[in-house]
Design a protein around this ligand. Structure first.
Ligand code: FAD
Length: 454
């Protein structure tokens, strides 16, 4: 007999506490992944490709002994447990609403067959829900949360049990065919999948990026951030592993990096306490806000054809890489919500569809932050000017030229305002779809209407 480790957002072998928990009960452990159509059929193509490649790399991590099945986990897991003679199925705790509901249903189905579902750890350094204010209430604001999170602390990375034996693979070959098909498509340039690739990028960042992270993290033209989000997404690397590597390091880079990881933990905590905030405003401040239905302008935004170079470059980076720089996520979100008067949910939905690192908690709350409806949110009246943002954070225009080839004939920062250059008429590039000043004024007008209506 073998005990089962049911992998979901923990697609790794290194620093995986559930392996030790399962091995304690039996010498033999069966790593299992269930490709759930509820996820697979609704995930955007980049995320499916990324998951498929990650699963193929994971099979190598487990020396070919990863059992893959296709179907509803609630129905399949009791069967799989029966096949392995397992008395327990080990998971890391899922606190996202849909995943938590799936686990509750799977737990009931397993119990009926005499199998226990055992949760150890979570995809976070501190499991969402653990950190509370002195009065027992959850935090609403990031900075005190981050202090509480630090004070709470986290475990050291888990060692793999010395005597671990992996059970034989009992995959359904047709499930691997589905995966192989999704893995092959190259329409988006994704980084290399798997633990070794994540580790390599992380070590590069520790050596080359971390010291300048405090300065460079806002510059999309530089390779100034860790690019760990796609690996954190499916738990190819655990934040605890990253935090352990940062422990001995001081200075603004490591300090800032820990804080960014704390944002990820904060948003997961917020979602745990407010599952409705996935699609509803977290704070009711803008309930009466008047938004427009998405039309041609929103489609131009999706395609990167708004006529505003930094917005278009960013949206094309999203389409091309399944990733977008954090500064630009804020800029394009502000443009959609405030200049195009569109609900944040429309943009959040597009991001979920196109991002390989699409993460429900970080994405929905990142959007709510910009919209002015979230925790700690930027006030609605703060409207980013995309021209100034471009000039400030892409000072030589290199990022724009990388993603908008039509603008390559323009040198330097002038690329942020192509309409001012002598080349303007010869460029095959859209003229701006809106008047920034007029739409900013319109946004503020709508804000004051919404406030009056309260
Ligand atoms: P780094 O700068 O190297 O940061 C390290 C890690 O810290 C990231 O990998 C991430 O896990 C975490 N982090 C950094 N910034 C944030 C943040 N603002 N909120 C939460 N966690 C953060 N992040 C996602 O992982 N998935 C999403 O779907 C997502 N959607 C977003 C949508 C909007 C509108 C905004 C404003 C932000 C969103 N973010 C999202 C947060 C952030 O943009 C990305 O985590 C970051 O750009 C990933 O690149 P990196 O790994 O190089 O980041």
């Amino acid at each position: 007999t073998s005990e089962i480790v049911w992998l979901r957002r923990d697609l790794r072998r290194h620093d995986l506490p559930t392996l030790a928990a399962a091995a304690e009960r039996s010498g033999s452990v069966a790593p299992v992944f269930v490709l759930d159509p509820a996820f697979w059929d609704t995930a955007g193509a980049p995320r499916r490709t990324w998951l498929a490649r990650t699963l193929m790399a994971l099979r190598d991590s487990y020396e070919g002994r990863l059992t893959l099945r296709l179907g509803d986990p609630q129905a399949l897991l009791p069967e799989i447990a029966g096949e392995f003679g397992a008395t327990s199925v080990h998971i890391s705790t899922e606190t996202e609403p849909q995943g938590a509901a799936r686990d509750a249903a799977a737990g009931t189905a397993l119990r009926e067959r005499g199998v226990t579902l055992v949760a150890t750890g979570s995809p976070y350094a501190v499991t969402p829900g653990r950190i509370r204010r002195a009065d027992g209430e959850p935090y609403q604001v990031f900075t005190p949360f981050s202090r509480g999170w630090r004070d709470h602390g986290w475990r050291a990375p888990a060692e793999e049990p010395a005597d671990l034996r992996l059970a034989d693979d009992r995959s359904d070959p047709s499930a691997w065919e589905v995966v192989a098909q999704a893995a092959c498509c190259d329409e988006v340039q994704l980084p290399e999948a798997g633990e070794a690739a994540a580790q390599e990028r992380w070590e590069w960042f520790l050596d080359e990026g971390l010291e300048r992270y405090g300065h460079d993290r806002d510059r999309p033209d530089l390779d100034g951030t860790s690019r760990m989000s796609v690996y954190l997404k499916f738990g190819v690397v655990h934040p605890r592993t990253l935090l352990a590597d940062l422990e001995a390091r001081t200075g603004t880079g490591p300090e800032r990096y820990r804080l960014e990881l704390a944002w990820r933990e904060f948003y997961a905590d917020v979602l745990h306490h407010h599952p409705d905030s996935l699609w509803q405003d977290l704070r009711p401040a803008l309930t009466h806000m008047r938004y427009d239905e998405p039309g041609a302008a929103v489609e131009a935004w999706r395609q990167g054809r708004t006529g505003f170079p930094i917005v278009d470059a960013a949206m094309r980076q999203l389409l091309g890489e399944g990733w977008m720089h954090n500064r630009l996520r804020m800029v394009v979100a502000s443009f959609l919500i405030k200049h195009l008067h569109t609900r944040w949910q429309v943009g959040a939905d597009h991001f979920l569809d196109r991002l390989a690192d699409a993460d429900l908690a970080s994405n929905q709350h990142g959007w709510q932050w910009v919209a002015g409806t979230g925790t700690d949110a930027a006030p609605y009246f703060r409207v980013f000017n995309p021209i100034l943002q471009g000039q400030k954070f892409d000072p030589n225009g290199d990022f724009v030229r990388r993603w908008v080839p039509e603008l390559r004939p323009i040198d330097g920062a002038a690329v942020h305002e192509p309409w001012r250059t002598a080349l303007a008429r010869d460029l095959d590039y859209p003229t701006p779809i809106i008047d920034l000043k007029a739409e900013r004024a319109e946004a503020l007008e709508r804000l004051s209407e919404a406030r009056d209506a309260r």
